[in-house]
Design a protein around this ligand. Structure first.
Ligand code: HEM
Length: 506
């Protein structure tokens, strides 16, 4: 007799078989090394997804008080370890063993194995070194970035001038300025972000970040296998499409640069990169031939993804906080006036050491908003026993930056209050750098765009508050400071009214 299972029974059998495999895998988890960090119970396939809620960073903050500074979770069927102590994050992230990147399929779309954000080993090392060096040469860490930043600040002031006294949205107003700061370094150009029709560069880069955020809101990041089940529903399809469109835009720019490249006079990051690729003869190098082309494209796209909405959202948060905390705004304006002599000239980067209160406002904004609440997840590239816990090779490691930045044991009982003075010495003349403030991550993979981010925040905020008072449309009521969460925290929609300052500190 033939052994044939009827179709209806076949599906029952396959479900039972699948369930058995899942249960065996799940049971094996319980047999894990006793040094593996403790954590909440999870479900097969989806892990801790259902417990994460709409704000995973708050859930992880709560679990830290339950399980300690080092605990484990399940992201789908993958293991992850969460660290909620700044000293431990700094120590671990400076080790080569923790220098890998989490291979979450949602994130590895970015640059694949070619760029910096997801690159590992030699590729990551060589691409990061080259890009950091070139960004520095192109003015990231010296004052030549100031010229394009001031140009952007001026166009922003004109934009506000045209909208004086009318309520405007406080979110997304800085995207053009920030994208241009990066575009200038990458391609030596700027786009007309305030033109009637939104430039393609802005449209596409916004779409990339928006669709990436959607994959977090849908839970895809915490259970990536859902992309096979319903790619459209969980935002996977939109994310892949917008990423590929942005890549095409960058390819077109690279082609234009290749056509007019002057080897004796490289003007921008793309030019420098093309020259490096052309001069590379070592086939094992990430700059060699096709690998070089892929790396160039990956790095450029990454700079936009990593650098645009991070800075733009931080600026939006600053507007939200300062439009509400008017005393902070006035104190900041007083200092800007004192240093620049009212509005006789625009502020410059060299004013920064003379404006400790402004600097403290920026630091407090970075702490309070914690726009990357879970940093950028790492991956262990080898087994490590760290403070008594086993961090197995391959496990994802998450730095719970939000929990660190809001920990009352570190910041005191007013951790949930916006108070820039916490970053000033007693007579408020000097900025105190707090070792637990790590919005740019830590160790070997610490953010390479930090100098550009800090310069942009300083120039935009000082130029703006020198000229305008910013008032919350709902003056007198407490706005909603909680975040509309994605990969990046960003403020919920809010409206502000700009008023021209007519006299000092009014
Ligand atoms: C307020 C603004 C920003 C914040 C809060 C921020 C934060 C971060 C964080 C937390 C990381 C992960 C670091 C780690 O693994 O320890 C990171 C990585 C990175 N950031 Fe930023 N970032 C900002 C702006 C920028 C800008 C403006 C750029 C470039 C134009 C940039 C480019 C990068 C790159 C390429 C990486 C990957 C570094 C690597 O893996 O080696 N970021 N950033």
């Amino acid at each position: 007799m033939d052994f044939i299972i009827p179709y209806s029974q076949f599906s029952v059998v396959s479900i039972i078989l699948l369930a058995t495999v899942v249960l065996i895998l799940y049971a094996n988890r319980a047999k894990r090394d006793t040094r593996y960090p403790p954590g909440p119970r999870s479900l097969p396939v989806i892990g801790n997804l259902l417990q994460m809620g709409t704000k995973p960073y708050l859930t992880l903050q709560k679990w830290a008080s339950q399980y300690g500074s080092i605990f484990s979770i399940k992201m789908g069927s993958d293991d992850a370890i969460v660290i909620s102590d700044h000293k431990l994050v700094k120590e671990l992230f400076s080790l080569s063993a923790a220098c890998g990147k989490a291979q979450n399929p949602v994130f590895t779309v970015i640059g694949g194995k070619y760029g910096i954000v997801n690159g590992e080993g030699n590729v990551w090392d060589s691409q990061r070194r080259f890009t950091t060096r070139k960004l520095k040469d192109l003015g990231l860490t010296n004052s030549s970035i100031e010229v394009p930043l001031l140009e952007e600040a001026k166009s922003l002031l004109n934009w506000f001038e045209r909208r004086i006294k009318e309520p405007i949205m406080g979110c997304n107003i800085f995207n053009g300025v920030v994208v241009n700061a990066i575009w200038n370094i990458v391609s030596g150009q700027r786009c007309e972000w305030d033109a009637e029709e939104e430039p393609e560069l802005l449209k596409q880069s916004n779409a990339v970040v928006r669709t990436l955020n959607k994959t977090v809101m849908s839970g895809l990041v915490f259970a990536p296998s859902l992309r096979h089940l319903a790619p459209g529903l969980f935002g996977w399809t939109d994310w892949i499409n917008s990423y590929s469109n942005f890549e095409k835009l960058m390819d077109a720019e690279i082609e234009k640069h290749s056509a007019k490249l002057d080897p004796n006079n490289p003007m921008d990051l793309i030019d420098h990169y093309l020259l490096e690729n052309m001069s590379t003869t070592d086939p094992s190098s990430s700059f060699y031939k096709e690998d070089g082309e892929r790396s160039l494209r990956a790095v450029i796209v990454e700079l936009f993804i990593a650098g645009s909405e991070t800075v733009s959202n931080t600026l939006s948060y600053a507007m939200l906080y300062l439009s509400h905390f008017r005393d902070v705004q006035t104190r900041m304006q007083q200092q800007i006036d004192d240093v620049t002599g009212g509005d006789s000239r625009l502020p410059s980067l060299s004013d920064r050491p003379l404006m400790p209160y402004v600097e403290a406002v920026i630091l407090e904004t970075l702490r309070y908003s914690s726009i990357l609440p879970l940093g950028s997840p790492r991956r262990m590239v080898e087994d490590l026993v760290f403070h008594g816990y086993l961090f197995p090779k391959g496990v994802t490691v998450i730095a719970s930056l939000y929990a660190i930045h809001h920990d009352p044991n570190i910041w005191g009982n007013d951790a949930e209050i916006f108070r820039p003075e916490r970053f000033l010495n007693e007579n408020k003349t000097k900025v105190i750098r707090h070792e637990a403030l790590i919005p740019f991550g830590a160790g070997k993979r610490q953010c390479l765009g930090e100098p550009l981010a800090r310069d942009t925040l300083f120039i935009v905020l000082t130029s703006l508050f020198q000229k305008f008072n910013v008032i919350s449309e709902l003056d007198g009521t407490t706005p909603d400071f909680t975040s509309a969460t994605g990969i990046l925290n960003g403020p919920k929609p809010f409206r502000i009214i700009m008023k021209r300052r007519t006299a000092k500190c009014t």
